[in-house]
Design a binder for this molecule. Structure first.
Ligand SMILES: Cc1cc2nc3c(=O)[nH]c(=O)nc-3n(C[C@H](O)[C@H](O)[C@H](O)COP(=O)(O)O)c2cc1C
Length: 209
């Protein structure tokens, strides 16, 4: 089983969503030390904004693309290919200004490609083409909003991922990261416990079986 991890915090090693991703990675490795895990950090190496040049490159037929347009499409192709190759996808997504980081939005913009990651059926209904993925979204936020209208990130991301075909999506939130040390530690501990429950490590009995 191949795991792809996308980190999107701007806070590097101080990132709480990265801490959750690191915990999940350790958990996966505990079950299978040889597990194939690819990590892409779009906080450290941002994806360029989806601007007019990007749209122009993607809409130009391959044989008519300039060198610059080929380079732009290559990045999108790489992001799509690594997503398609993965069986399990982990998105580590901080809440910035009530929603996902601009870096993560750019990433999604480069993934959403008609005929590649989604298509319209003959009835004009959209169909996601990124299928059969187990997806975890690990979020971190300063306050507490899970399950309330203030959580504007989860509904958007759930809809966007479903549009691309990812419907097996589990959200794990570390909340209260800016509400003092005790609340932050508690929020992280609860999120780690949820990850442990979602990814049980095979015990000696099952290994022997
Ligand atoms: C620029 C910025 C904007 C933020 N906006 C919000 C917000 O709208 N709501 C919230 O609850 N926390 C907000 N926070 C707090 C972060 O969600 C919190 O620090 C969280 O740990 C970020 O995840 P990260 O550590 O993985 O980067 C913000 C933090 C930053 C740096």
């Amino acid at each position: 089983m191949k795991t792809l991890v996308i980190l999107s915090s701007i806070l590097g090693d101080r990132s709480n969503s990265k801490q959750l991703a690191d915990h999940l990675i350790a958990r996966v490795k505990e079950s299978n030390p040889a597990a194939a895990i690819k990590v892409r950090d779009i906080g450290a190496q941002p994806i360029p904004y989806f601007d007019g040049n990007t749209a122009g490159a993607l809409f130009t037929p391959p044989e008519a693309r300039t060198i610059e347009q080929q380079r732009i499409v290559e990045l999108s192709d790489t992001l799509v290919a690594e997503l398609m190759e993965a069986d399990r996808i982990v998105f580590a997504v901080p809440v910035y200004n009530f929603n996902l980081p601009a870096q993560f939005k750019s990433y999604l913009d480069h993934l959403a490609r008609a005929g590649v990651t989604f298509r319209y059926t003959s009835e004009g209904v959209p169909e996601g083409l990124v299928k059969d993925k187990q997806v975890f979204v690990l979020t971190a936020r300063g306050g507490k909003a899970e399950g309330t209208p203030s959580d504007t990130l989860t509904p958007y991301l759930r809809q966007m991922l479903a549009f691309l075909g990812m419907t097996d999506v589990t959200f794990v939130a570390a909340e209260g990261m800016a509400m003092g040390e005790v609340a932050a530690l508690e929020g992280l501990a609860q999120a780690r416990q949820r990850i442990d429950a979602l990814l049980p490590v095979a015990g000696p009995a099952s290994l022997a079986a």
